[in-house]
Design a protein. Structure first.
Length: 250
């Protein structure tokens, strides 16, 4: 049996991934549904606006990915896994692949679900995917969910404690990069170079506001380079976590 299959069985043997998937979809699509219902009648809806609440589901899936690692450390089952396979890195990579793929699938379902809800609830909404930017806004949600799950796996591997790791994956995008943007001087740097802010720019680009005021010339990098930047953070943290996990005791 391959390591990927083993990690998939271990992940779905508990209830938490199922609850996380449901909660992520409810939050991501639920908040935008409120927008569809209560927004003014003259609101212009674009695909990027429909998926703009993806962050709520993203937080949940990052928590799920974190728990996939920290739970094993908490109950000591990670030692059994490490003893069954001569090398630790393949185990952790398999775990990261399973969690990230599941996260990407949830992100994709949430994005297309938001488009479907908008089509039903707002009859005159222009949610057709006709341009590359519009396709990027929808498919980009899955890519960001995938890479964010890798970051969560890396943080879980480095910290190994559920409470601490979950605090980091929630506070990083919401507090440090989100509320941190309001801090003078520091806020501009976080807005330009925060990895999760770059991921948001990749998805929303200059079409993420209903009034179209966002300007691509205001960004420090293009949406494509923003994705590359975010991926570099995810891969870099994952590599660091693998090196640390290889050197220290389980």
């Amino acid at each position: 049996m391959s390591l990927v299959t083993v990690e998939r069985i271990k992940l779905f043997s508990t209830r938490s991934p199922w609850w996380c998937m449901v909660l992520a979809l409810v939050l991501a699509d639920g908040f935008v549904t409120l927008g569809f219902i209560f927004a003014p009648d003259d609101t212009v809806w674009r695909p990027a606006d429909a998926v703009s609440t993806y962050q709520f589901g993203l937080m949940v899936m990052m928590v799920m990915a974190t728990l996939a690692v920290t739970t094993e450390y908490r109950f000591g089952t990670i030692r059994t896994s490490f003893l069954s396979v001569p090398k630790r890195i393949p185990i952790l990579l398999s775990k990261a692949l399973v969690a990230a793929t599941l996260s990407a699938v949830v992100g994709l379902v949430a994005a297309f679900g938001a488009l479907g809800l908008g089509t039903v609830l707002v009859s005159d909404a222009d949610l057709a995917l006709t341009t590359g930017a519009e396709w990027r806004a929808v498919l980009g949600v899955a890519l960001v969910y995938f890479l964010a799950a890798l970051i969560a796996i890396a943080i879980g591997t480095l910290i190994r404690q559920s409470a601490g790791a979950i605090a980091v994956v929630i506070c990083w995008p919401l507090l440090i990069e989100g509320i941190g943007q309001t801090i003078p001087k520091v806020g501009d740097f976080l807005a330009d170079w925060g990895p999760f802010n770059r991921a948001s720019w990749f998805i929303l680009g200059n079409q993420g506001t209903t009034d179209g005021t966002a300007d691509a010339s205001d960004a420090v990098m293009s949406p494509t380079w923003s994705l590359i930047y975010f991926a570099a953070w995810a891969i870099g943290l994952l590599v660091i976590s693998l090196v640390v996990a290889k050197k220290r005791d389980a």
